[in-house]
Write a protein that binds this ligand. Structure first.
Ligand code: PEP
Length: 248
């Protein structure tokens, strides 16, 4: 039985004041939540959120990492730095990183491996663009994205990876995949894992991301192969985020 996981991706949003309000709001409702809950915060706020969440049920994550341990990489953040602030999770390969910062499958796979090497759990994002879906390439795209990680790290790596299926056309657009579209994609992703290892396929958490909100979360997370959500916009309001967290 896979436990429901709900992860918030705050992206580049927040201030000291709003971060405080948001985290305190989430913490206030955590006693009614059974899911594993993660907030992936902008790096400057890791310390603040670490201090607010110590000894709580709220888990901390970052949004990206650099593959190098340290050195002349201006603006970048290493796995060690992320761990230094008590974070256990890191989003890797978000579609915004892939499209805006030209992260290829190979770059993303390398980041997944470095996260694992450093004891962080990668939230490994995959998903097709609208053009790819419309031209019937959804399956080949997610297959290629997953295969890059299998080729570099092996199927066993998925014992420590959370997958987030995020159709790019549904991210931040208000257009959600229908439960059937999402379930079909998730089942396909699980079948790719199963071709390599049936047990790993059954135990790997596959989250859905793309305009998930309190109104559609229950139906999506209720699908057989959808194990939770990666939430952007709706993770910035404590009440909305908590409602999604309570689905589990
Ligand atoms: C995301 O950025 O990972 C995401 C799913 O965003 P939104 O929920 O806003 O579509």
């Amino acid at each position: 039985m896979r436990q429901v996981i709900v992860a918030g991706n705050w992206k580049m949003n927040g201030s000291k004041e709003t971060v405080n309000t948001l985290v305190m709001g989430i913490l206030a409702g955590m006693s009614e939540v059974n899911s594993t809950v993660i907030v992936c915060v902008p790096s400057p706020y890791l310390s603040q959120v670490e201090a607010l969440t110590t000894h709580s049920q709220l888990n901390l994550g970052a949004q990206d990492l650099n593959v190098n341990a340290s050195g002349a990489f201006t603006g970048e953040v290493s796995a060690d730095m992320i761990k230094d602030f008590g974070a256990q999770y890191v989003i890797v390969g978000h579609s915004e990183r892939r499209s805006l910062y030209a992260e290829t499958d190979a770059v993303v796979a390398n980041k997944v491996q470095v996260a694992l090497d450093n004891g962080l759990t990668p939230i490994f994002c995959i998903g097709e663009t609208l053009a790819e879906r419309d031209s019937g390439q959804m399956e080949s795209v997610v297959m290629r994205q997953i295969q890059a990680v299998i080729d570099l790290s092996g199927i066993d790596a998925f014992k420590h990876i959370i997958i987030a299926y995020e159709p790019v056309w549904a991210i931040g657009t208000g257009v959600t995949a229908t439960p059937q579209q999402a379930q079909d994609a998730h089942a396909f992703i699980r079948s790719i894992l199963a071709q390599n290892d049936a047990n790993i396929a059954q135990s790997t958490a596959i989250l859905y991301g793309g305009s998930m909100n309190p109104n559609n979360a229950a139906e999506l997370i209720g699908c057989e192969d959808i194990d939770g959500g990666l939430i952007g916009g709706a993770s910035l309001k404590a009440e909305d985020f908590l409602q999604i967290c309570k689905v589990g």
